[in-house]
Design a protein around this ligand. Structure first.
Ligand code: ATP
Ligand code: MG
Length: 638
């Protein structure tokens, strides 16, 4: 396969080359794509100065990303399966769409959008469950040059409205409802509610999925099936500039108000294809499955764009890992003989808690590669994944990246880079990480820990935050002039491997010692009764910051309850040392999480500080009830 690295020596060689001559390195890769007009210059950039950041990849190049998914490969892939769709209910039949079939649907729906007056540059909000039409809708937007803004279909009406207003979307694409486990979610009703405050929206396209009754406004609402009925699938792709916007995607909101991250066409295309085939070591004929929702960047880059650009077979799953039972993931792996499996630590931890019996009894022998993304993976979960799911024979790619980075940045190449539990290992070719101290001084050499920044552009990086370029500069480029600030802290170990230790706000300074929350959580989780924990700092008179641990335990008896705090402290002392012992431990039944499963530590920090009066933007919170319970337990002011 073209541009696929096959050995560690080759990785090092490519890496050197990519640093010595980034333009030449990425230019060579881009040559293998289909361009309507070749670029004049591979890269023109500045992270500082007027209107910074200003990053242009493949300057004046013209292309359409869907021509690179479809036309470029059609002669060899027409009858190959592009998407396997596994429904929520295992009794419902699956759908397999070949590249040829998917192409027809994309072109036809593209014509439907055009019929509604959608033009190049218009924003289209997509609020759909994980059904094949979600992929069709996004690719149809790309086909005609409309900018998609996908909003995870688990978000509330307010969260949806915020995003639709910010992007000034002209059309919203949704469905009557969506299935998740035993639940049926009334998506159209949520959209109706949201659209009361969204004047830019002219039409709502409604896909029939659950068949439940909905309110239908004949002037503004159009059924998907009526829109495409009888429409031709003749469609010529819009010619896009390499730097025309492909999509907007709002971040998870773990640290504050979600940001409308903007990705453009040419660079994102080159970067997602390159990282997909290299990190997962995808080979022709493999079946690949990423369990993320397409509402997150992981789904954009590694269910749709990366795999389809590579010509892969990509599974899309509508349901949840625990329904009808906790063996569902492994049923699906077995059913389709999945070769590469990519999920999040939160899903792994949830399955660890359900017990090993759900994994055993499935034939998982097809698996070659396992991946994780989204949070640091604790060592216990890593071991479970490696030993039980991968039977000790599948490399784990712990992939560190962000909505803003467009694609994977630091990760092993599966089976090529030797791995270590909980380490994201080495930067991909083209990625130049740098660790700095809080004053911005570079921390050179190995065995150092600091703030993770990137010092040179890569093709998949964000170009701006939608409608507010100043915010982009402020958030990512102002702290350390000339560097992209990731917001994460990292350690570079003696071998030069990176370990992500969490967000910089999550590093606690205890009596002058910098302690990563992830590390303390890792230690606490070693206690056999602990299911999950979240650690934050709080103001402490003597130490500067104290350590506050919120801990979920399983079936505690009265004696356990009396002893658990002391035992947890002893566990932390054993694994890290007495300096990291939590000062306060609060046993809770749940933790505040975003809808993508990440812990919102900023809320726990506020509660830890004893002030629950202003918790900030909580629109992406999965279950607000959890917060009330924790506030009660912490006995703080509200
Ligand atoms: P917001 O930026 O709105 O606060 P968010 O950072 O959670 O939300 P995402 O872009 O979805 O939004 O997540 C990126 C972050 O997830 C990274 O900055 C990092 O903190 C964490 N992360 C992702 N992958 C890994 C990984 N493999 N190891 C450790 N942390 C990871
Ligand atoms: Mg972030």
């Amino acid at each position: 396969m073209v541009n696929k690295i096959t050995s560690l020596a080759e990785y090092f060689k490519k890496y050197q080359q990519s640093v010595a001559d980034p333009d030449g390195f990425w230019g060579d890769i881009a040559e293998t794509h289909f361009w309507r007009k070749k670029w004049d210059q591979a890269l023109d950039w500045r992270f500082e100065g007027k209107d910074a950041p200003n990053v242009n990849w493949f300057v004046n190049g013209k292309l359409n990303i869907t021509e690179n998914i479809f036309e470029r490969n059609m002669f060899m892939r027409k009858d190959q399966v592009a998407i396997i769709w596994e429904p929520n209910d295992p009794k419902e039949p699956e759908i397999k769409l070949t590249y040829g079939e998917l192409f027809e649907k994309v072109k036809q729906f593209a014509n439907g959008l055009k019929k509604l007056g959608v033009q190049k540059g218009d924003r289209v909000a997509i609020y759909l469950p994980m059904v094949p039409e979600l992929a069709v809708a996004m690719l149809a937007c790309a086909r005609i040059g409309a900018i998609h803004s996908i909003v995870f279909a688990g978000f509330s009406a307010t969260a949806l409205a915020d995003r639709v207003v910010d992007a000034e979307a002209k059309v919203v694409i949704t469905s009557d409802g969506g299935f998740r486990g035993t639940k049926s979610i009334p998506l159209k009703a949520i959209v109706d509610d949201a659209l009361q405050t969204c004047p830019s929206v002219e039409y709502t396209i409604v896909l029939k999925r659950t068949g439940e009754d909905i309110n239908f406004n004949n002037e503004k609402d159009i059924w998907w099936h009526d829109l495409v009925d009888g429409l031709s699938s003749e469609n010529v792709a819009e010619v896009m500039d390499a730097e025309d916007i492909l999509f907007i995607l709002y971040t998870s909101g773990s640290t504050g108000k979600p940001k409308g991250v903007v990705h453009t066409t040419g660079g994102y295309m080159v970067y997602t294809e390159y990282t997909f085939k290299n990190v997962f070591q995808y080979s022709d004929g493999d079946v690949y499955w990423c369990t993320a929702d397409i509402g997150w960047v992981t789904g954009h880059s590694y269910i749709v764009y990366g795999p389809l650009l590579t010509g892969a077979t990509s599974i899309m799953f509508e349901g949840v890992p625990t329904w009808p039972d906790a063996g569902r993931f492994w049923d699906i792996v077995d059913k389709y003989k999945v070769n590469q499996f990519y999920t999040a630590p939160t899903a792994i931890r949830a399955l660890v808690a359900q017990g090993d019996e759900w994994v055993n009894g499935h034939d998982l022998s097809s698996l070659k590669v396992l991946g994780t993304v989204g949070e640091p993976i604790n060592e216990e979960a890593w071991r479970w994944y490696h030993d039980l799911v991968g039977k000790g024979k599948c490399p784990i790619v712990d992939t560190w990246w962000q909505t803003e980075t467009g694609g994977i940045m630091i990760s092993p190449l599966a089976g090529i880079t030797p791995t270590k539990p909980s380490l994201a290992t080495l930067p991909l070719p083209g990625i130049q990480p740098i660790l700095v101290d809080p004053e911005g001084n570079e921390l050179k050499g190995n065995g150092v820990e600091g703030i993770l920044c990137i010092k040179h552009p890569w093709p998949g990086m964000l170009r701006t935050t939608y409608g507010d370029h100043q915010r982009c500069f402020q958030t990512y480029f102002s702290a350390f002039p000339g560097l992209y600030l990731t917001g994460d802290g990292a350690k570079r170990d003696e071998e030069g491997y990176y370990r992500i230790i969490g967000r910089i706000d999550d590093v606690i300074n205890v009596s002058g010692h910098r302690i990563g929350t992830a590390e303390v959580e890792d230690a606490i989780n070693q206690h056999p009764k602990v299911v999950e924990s979240a650690v934050v700092g709080y103001p402490h008179e003597i130490k500067g910051s104290g350590i506050y641990a919120y801990v979920i335990c399983e079936d505690l008896s009265d004696t356990d309850l009396a002893n658990i705090e002391a035992e947890i402290r002893a566990t932390v002392t054993k694994f890290i040392g007495p300096i990291a012992k939590p000062d306060k431990i609060q046993i809770v039944s749940g933790l505040p999480k975003t809808r993508s499963g990440k812990i919102m530590r900023r809320i726990l920090r506020k509660i830890g500080e004893g002030d629950a009066t202003n918790l900030g933007d909580t629109s992406t919170l999965l279950d607000p009830g959890v917060v009330d319970e924790i506030i009660d337990g912490a006995k703080v002011e509200v």
